[in-house]
Design a protein around this ligand. Structure first.
Ligand code: HPA
Length: 246
């Protein structure tokens, strides 16, 4: 049975080397997921792939139906989810093109459907979110990176912003004071919803650019695209290796 799913972000709307078996349209009580779920084989193992921004990369971060995505995966009995996410780097040592496995989150998003626990409740529920990512899957990602010789930062705080605009330089200064090392738009509520469904979730962040005010000038889509290509090549090798150990 398939137990691992990858949610692909910007720069990874499809998974090279995934041998596609079938596509499945799943309906959920929360609406439609971003795309049909792709069932396939990677390194000879079962995998489900879901492009977060839709098959044609048309859904912006604040419009992603995070609840439908996680619910659909959970309905298929998926136990482990790796969320791939493009980020900007606030920390000076997390260069564009590098890959980071964050271990903490600060959530600055608003107005997103961020919980399954809001109606028809038999009792009020609060999930523990002290450590927002699943340590077992984080460790598996770190071991995979080391097995394929990819240098990876193993501890970082991900700041989730609303988007779709990028941040101001002063917003980034404030985020740095708060303790953020990375900034991205899709890490929340994805991680929290996975926890509510008891899915083991970890994030693999690909640094696409220096965060606002930290590079030489304005952030360009050209720069983002080029660094994402470098980083995604690393992610592909890493996922290939991960298939052997989860
Ligand atoms: N900010 C927010 N999200 C991002 C960035 C950024 O600089 N780069 C890639 N995703």
């Amino acid at each position: 049975m398939t137990e691992l799913a990858i949610i692909g972000g910007s720069g990874i709307t499809q998974l090279q080397s995934l041998q596609i078996i079938r596509r499945e349209v799943v309906h959920t009580p929360y609406g439609e997921p971003s795309a049909p779920l792709v069932h396939g084989l990677l390194h000879g193992r079962d995998l489900v792939f879901l492009p977060r921004h839709g098959a044609g990369h048309t859904i912006p971060p604040h419009k992603v139906n995070y609840r439908a995505n996680l619910w659909a995966l959970s309905q298929l009995n998926i136990k482990n989810v790796v969320g791939i996410a493009a980020v900007g780097a606030i920390h000076r040592e997390m260069d564009p093109g590098s890959v980071v496995v964050p271990d903490q989150i600060i959530d600055y998003t608003y107005g997103r459907n961020h919980t399954f626990f809001e109606s028809d409740l038999s009792h009020v529920t609060h999930v523990d979110f002290t450590s927002p990512y699943c340590s077992r899957l984080r460790e598996a990602l770190l071991r995979s990176a080391s097995a394929c010789g990819i240098g990876i930062a193993s501890s970082a705080t991900y700041g989730a912003t609303q988007g779709p605009r990028l941040e101001t330089a002063m917003e980034i200064n404030r985020m740095e004071r708060d303790g953020c090392d990375l900034v991205g738009m899709t890490g929340m509520p994805e991680a929290a919803l996975a926890r509510e469904l008891d899915i083991c979730y970890a994030s693999c962040a690909v640094v696409a650019n220096w965060a606002a005010g930290r590079g030489d000038g304005p952030i360009t889509m050209k720069e983002i695209k080029s660094h994402l290509e470098t980083g995604m090549a690393k992610v592909h090798s890493l996922l290939y290796e991960l298939m052997l150990i989860v």
